[in-house]
Design a protein around this ligand. Structure first.
Ligand code: 0RA
Length: 652
C-alpha cells in the first residue's frame, strides 16, 4: 500500500520538499499577516474560531459516516486538543508536493478537502482551509494520526513543520488528534473560555444527531466534563429550548425531506408563552439573518394552520386570516438545512441565499404539518386555539398601544410625573437611573448630575411581563412610565433612534428583593425591547455593600464585596482595626445623597455592569427559568447560578 512508504526517507530525498516549504511559507505568512481575513478577528472570538475549525473537520468526517466521537480538551497549560475516531487524515505522499497528505493539509492554504475522501463537506469550516490556518496561527501544534495499523506524529510551529511526519508505533484504531497552543504574537488573548466552547459543542451535537461530543476542562481548580450526545438531534434541541415551559404537544413535531444532496430538517413545539424562539442553520452555521429556508418555513406554517382552521370552521369565513405573528407566538423551532454549495448573504453573511430552499422547506413543512394536524385533531385544536388567542390579544394590544399613544398626544406628549429628567438632550450623553423605592429615588435626585442624569423611581414590585399579555402590561403605570421615559416604543414599533438615554441603569438594593426587581426589569427589556440589550444600553449599578469609617478622621471607605473588605482589614494590624467601624448597607435608602453619588452614580468613580446577550439561547433559558411558573427548574438554575451579567464588561 502506498501509505506504507517510509515517510521519513521519502520526504528527505525528494527535492519537492524544499519547493513546497517555500509555498508553505508564502501561504501561511499571508495568514499570519492578515489573520482577520481568515478567522474574522484576533480577539476572543477569533481565538475560539480555531477550535471550531478543527471540530468542523471532525464533524465532516462524522457526516461522511466514518466517525461518531469527538473529544475536545482545554488542557491545564492553555493548549486545546481535538480528537476524533474517524479514518485519520491520509498520510500517503502527495503527488504534487511530495510530502504526506496530512502535512499538505496542515501547511498549504486551501489544501483542505482536496485529497480524496470525496464525501460531501457540509460543516462550517472556512472552505477547508481551516487546518492550515489554525496551524499558521499556533505557536506550537502537535498532530497524531492513527491509520493503517500505525500511529504517526508531527510537530509544527507557526505553520512550519519542525521535522518530517514520523511513524511512532502500532495502533489498532483510526483517528486524528490535534493539540495546539495559539500564538500570543497574534491573539489579544490566548485563554479559552470553557463556556463558549461548551455551548458551541452542545449546539453541534444537537445539529448532528448520533455524534458523541465530549468536552473537558482540565484546569486544576476548575475541572469539568460534559458529554453531549443526542440521538434525537434537533428534536432534543427543541425540547431543550422548551425546558421549564409548559408545552402544547407531548413531543416536538419533526419533518425532514431532501432533494438530491440538499436536506431539510425541522423540529417545532408550541409552549404556552407569548414568544417565538427560532433558530435556523445552514451547514451547522447559525443563519442569524434567516434566508430562504426561514421564508419557506414561515410561508408553510401560516398556510397550513390557516387551511386547517378554515376547513374545520375554527376560523369563520368572515374572519381575517391568522397572521404569521399569530401562528408563531409561543413557538420553539429549529430549522437545519445541509447543502453542497451554501450561499451566504446579508450584512454579516448569515443569511441563506440558495433559492431552492424556499420551495423545499415550504413543501417539507407544509406537507408534514398538514398531515400532523389531520391525524391529530386534539393537538390541532389546541394549537389553533392558541393562535386564535394570539390574534385576539394582538388586536387588543394594538388598541391599547393606540390609546397610550393618543393619551400622550392629548397630554402634550408629557413625560411621566415621577421622572426627574436631565437637562442635556443628546441621548449619547444621557443616562437614566431606574431606582427602587421612593426614598432611594429621593437621594438619587439630590445626588445626581442633573445635566446628564435622569432619575425614575419605581414603586414596589414590577409586573412580571413573562406572565402578562401586552395589552394588560400596558395598563401598568410603572411599565408605562419606563416606555414613555425611554421614548423608543416597544415590540415591533420599537425604534432605537428615538431612545432618549444611551445608558439605562438599574439601581436596586443588594438584597433578594433588589435582585428580583432587577430580573423583572431585565425580563421586560429582553422581551419587549431586546435591541436595548443587544446594543449595550442596559447596565446594572453597583452600590457598595460596606462602609468602613475611620473613627478619628471620619474618612469613609466603601467596599463592594466581602473580599475587598477582608483585604482592607487584613492590611491593618490589630490595633489599627479598632479605629474603624464597619456598616453593612441593607438598602440604597440607607445612603445619603452624597454617599450615593460618590459610591454608585459618579461616572468618574463608579462601576457599572453591562448587560450582554452573548448567547441568546442561554439568556432565553435564564429568563424563562426565572420568570416562568415551573418552580423546579428555577431552583435548579439559581443553584447553578448561570451568569446573566458579564462581569468582563466593566465600564468605569
Ligand atoms: C480526507 C480523506 C480521508 C480522511 C479525511 C479527509 C479526514 C480529515 C479529517 C480532519 C479531521 N479529522 C479527519 N478525519 C478524516 C480518508 C480517506 C480514506 O481513508 O479513504
Amino acid at each position: 500500500m502506498a501509505q506504507d512508504n517510509n515517510i521519513e526517507n521519502m520526504t528527505q530525498v525528494d527535492g519537492a520538499y524544499d519547493a513546497s516549504q517555500i509555498q508553505v511559507l508564502e501561504g501561511l505568512e499571508a495568514v499570519r499577516r492578515r489573520p482577520g481575513m481568515y478567522i474574522g478577528s484576533t480577539d476572543e472570538r477569533g481565538l475560539h474560531h480555531l477550535v471550531t475549525e478543527l471540530v468542523d473537520n471532525s464533524i465532516d468526517e462524522a457526516l461522511a459516516g466514518h466517525c461518531n466521537q469527538i473529544e475536545v480538551i482545554l488542557h491545564a497549560d492553555d493548549t486545546v486538543s481535538v480528537r476524533d475516531n474517524g479514518r485519520g487524515i491520509p498520510v500517503d505522499i502527495h503527488e504534487k508536493y511530495g510530502i504526506p497528505a496530512v502535512e499538505v493539509a496542515m501547511t498549504i492554504l486551501h489544501a483542505g478537502g482536496k485529497f480524496g475522501g470525496g464525501g460531501y463537506k457540509v460543516s462550517g469550516g472556512l472552505h477547508g482551509v481551516g487546518m492550515s490556518v489554525v496551524n499558521a496561527l499556533s505557536e506550537a501544534e502537535h498532530v497524531e494520526i492513527c491509520r493503517n495499523g500505525k500511529r504517526y506524529e508531527q510537530d509544527y510551529s507557526r505553520g512550519v513543520a519542525l521535522g518530517p511526519l514520523k511513524e511512532v508505533g502500532q495502533s489498532d484504531t483510526t483517528g486524528t488528534y490535534h493539540r495546539f497552543k495559539p500564538d500570543s504574537q497574534i491573539f489579544e488573548t490566548t485563554v479559552f473560555n470553557f463556556e463558549t466552547i461548551r455551548q458551541r459543542l452542545r449546539e453541534l451535537a444537537f445539529l448532528n444527531k448520533g455524534i458523541k461530543i465530549i468536552v473537558k476542562d482540565e484546569h486544576e481548580d476548575n475541572k469539568k466534563e460534559n458529554v453531549f450526545f443526542y440521538e434525537g438531534g434537533i428534536i432534543e434541541f427543541v425540547e431543550y429550548l422548551n425546558k421549564g415551559k409548559s408545552v402544547l404537544t407531548e413531543k416536538p413535531l419533526y419533518f425532514e425531506g431532501n432533494k438530491g444532496t440538499s436536506v431539510v430538517e425541522v423540529a417545532l413545539q408550541y409552549n404556552d408563552s407569548y414568544k417565538e424562539t427560532m433558530y435556523t442553520y445552514a451547514n451547522n452555521i447559525a443563519t442569524h439573518e434567516g434566508g430562504t429556508h426561514l421564508e419557506g418555513f414561515r410561508r408553510a406554517l401560516t398556510r397550513a394552520v390557516n387551511e386547517y382552521a378554515r376547513k374545520f370552521k375554527l376560523l369563520k369565513d368572515s374572519e381575517p386570516a391568522l397572521s404569521g405573528e399569530d401562528v408563531r407566538e409561543g413557538l420553539a423551532c429549529v430549522v437545519s438545512v445541509k447543502l453542497e454549495e451554501p450561499q451566504f448573504e446579508g450584512q454579516t453573511k448569515t443569511k441563506l441565499g440558495n433559492s431552492e430552499f424556499r420551495a423545499l422547506t415550504d413543501s417539507v413543512v407544509g406537507e408534514g404539518l398538514s398531515i400532523f394536524l389531520e391525524e391529530n385533531p386534539n393537538e390541532a385544536r389546541i394549537i389553533i386555539e392558541k393562535c386564535l388567542m394570539a390574534n385576539r390579544a394582538r388586536e387588543a394590544a394594538r388598541k391599547a398601544r393606540e390609546l397610550t399613544r393618543r393619551k400622550n398626544v392629548l397630554e402634550g406628549n408629557s413625560l411621566p410625573g415621577k421622572l426627574a429628567d436631565c437637562q442635556d438632550n443628546d441621548p449619547s450623553k444621557c443616562e437614566i437611573f431606574i431606582v427602587e423605592g421612593d426614598s432611594a429615588g429621593g437621594s438619587a435626585k439630590q445626588g445626581r448630575d442633573r445635566k446628564i442624569q435622569a432619575i425614575l423611581p419605581l414603586r414596589g414590585k414590577i409586573l412580571n411581563v413573562e406572565k402578562t399579555r401586552t395589552d394588560k402590561m400596558l395598563q401598568n403605570a410603572e411599565i408605562r412610565a419606563m416606555i414613555t421615559a425611554f421614548g423608543a416604543g416597544i415590540d415591533s414599533e420599537f425604534n432605537i433612534e428615538k431612545l432618549r438615554y444611551h445608558k439605562i441603569i438599574c439601581m436596586t438594593d443588594a438584597d433578594v428583593d433588589g435582585s428580583h426587581i432587577r430580573v423583572l426589569l431585565l425580563t421586560f427589556f429582553f422581551r419587549h425591547m431586546p435591541e436595548l440589550i443587544q446594543n449595550g444600553h442596559v447596565y446594572i449599578a453597583q452600590p457598595p455593600l460596606y462602609k468602613v469609617t475611620n473613627t478619628r478622621s471620619k474618612v469613609n471607605h466603601y467596599f463592594y464585596n466581602d473580599a475587598e473588605l477582608r483585604e482592607f482589614m487584613d492590611s491593618k494590624d490589630e490595633n489599627e482595626r479598632k479605629g474603624y467601624t464597619t456598616n453593612r448597607y441593607k438598602g440604597l435608602g440607607e445612603m445619603d445623597y452624597n454617599q450615593l453619588w460618590e459610591t454608585t452614580m459618579d461616572p468618574a468613580s463608579r462601576t457599572l455592569l453591562k448587560v450582554t446577550m452573548e448567547d441568546a439561547i442561554a439568556a432565553d433559558q435564564i429568563f424563562s427559568l426565572l420568570m416562568g411558573d415551573l418552580v423546579e427548574p428555577r431552583r435548579e438554575f439559581i443553584e447553578n447560578n448561570a451568569k446573566l451579567v458579564s462581569s468582563d464588561d466593566l465600564d468605569i
